[in-house]
Design a protein around this ligand. Structure first.
Ligand code: PBG
Length: 324
């Protein structure tokens, strides 16, 4: 039965009708808000490469977490900047790191806020790689124990979920084992399961001071040409004990999100990364697009593709618009 009996415009007549038949419903509860914790006191340093983002010392992180909670955002994702860096990234598991201090304070002052922590060595190593270096190569197996230590330190401070983003093989299993051995059986793992070697991380690496000193991340992060391989990465992480899986970046990988959604029943997260965020910020600032409208369109697309959870620097702004 086609035209003129069928007219698809009928259900687009007014906003209420469009809302009634809308297939995708974005809401603040879908968002995770990433924050950058730095050591010190009363530091709120704008991050040059990422408009609207800041390096925050622990009390500033708590204030942001409280803001986010008031907007209905259920979780923050913490990245840390260390006081000093070394070859193995030993500040990553320091019990008084900026991340651990921030976790403890959030849990004390904004207890309803879920705290997710990024588990990776790149911001803590002097060479900027996500693993330990042996004979000029990123060594997989000796990195695993260190990631376990980092996850345990975060769990100890009170993290609800740890999120390994290093892309070493076997890290989810190693982290699960380390957590369980220390009695943190309730700490969940959100694995950056299908994480691509993407140029869209550029602004973040300036923000986290985590650009590799030599080479690139292509021996551990995935090659953008592969989608089937992403399913294998995700499958292995699930076998090793991941509770939530992630595809990253989001926008250039909507097909991967869609495939993962069809294939797996775990909660699925997508990371709307720094370069994707800044594309919108920069073009809005240049007067080329309506930034708010494009932001909502992009976040809706990520959800429509199949993500349950959207990690985004837009979280606060988007939650504000959704609630107004
Ligand atoms: C750490 C990590 C990165 C991002 C999240 N965790 C950078 C990288 O892998 O180089 C990127 C986040 C973003 O671009 O917003 N490994």
């Amino acid at each position: 039965m086609g035209f003129p009996i069928t007219r698809l415009r009928r259900l687009r007549t007014n906003p209420a009708l469009r809302r009634l038949v809308g297939e995708t419903d974005l809401c603040p509860a879908d968002f995770v808000y990433p924050l950058f914790a730095c050591p010190g006191k009363n530091i709120r340093e704008p991050i040059e490469s990422m408009t609207g983002c800041y390096h925050l010392s622990p009390e500033g992180i708590v204030a942001e977490a409280a803001d986010a909670a008031a907007l209905g955002i259920p979780a923050v994702l913490l990245f840390g900047l260390p006081e000093s860096k070394d070859a193995i990234g030993s500040q990553a598991w320091a019990p008084d790191s900026a991340v651990c201090q921030s976790i403890r304070r959030i849990k004390e002052l904004v207890p309803q806020m879920l705290v997710i922590t990024d588990v990776c060595l790149c911001a803590y190593t002097d060479h900027g790689h996500c693993g330990v270096i042996k004979e000029g190569r990123i060594d997989n197996d000796s990195t695993l124990e260190l990631l376990g230590r980092m996850a345990v330190a975060h769990a100890h401070a009170g993290a609800d979920i740890v999120a390994p983003s290093d892309m070493m093989d076997g890290r989810v299993g190693a982290i699960r084992k380390a957590l369980d051995t220390e009695g943190f059986t309730e700490t969940a793992i959100m694995s950056y399961a299908a994480k691509y070697a993407s140029a869209f991380y550029g602004p973040f690496r300036d923000a986290a001071h985590s650009a590799p000193e030599f080479g690139d991340r292509k021996t551990y992060q995935m090659d953008p040409v592969n989608a089937r391989q992403a399913m294998r990465e995700i499958e292995l992480d699930i076998e090793e004990g991941a509770d939530i899986i992630m595809v990253k970046p989001a926008l250039a990988y909507l097909d991967v999100i869609h495939r993962a959604r069809q294939r797996f029943d775990l909660p699925l997260a997508a990371y709307n990364v720094s370069g994707e965020y800044m594309m919108l910020q920069a073009s809005a600032q240049a007067g080329l697009i309506n930034g708010d409208d494009c932001m909502m369109e992009v976040l809706t697309a990520i959800k429509r593709a199949g993500a349950d959870i959207i990690i985004t620097y837009h979280a606060k702004k988007a939650a504000q618009l959704l609630r107004s």
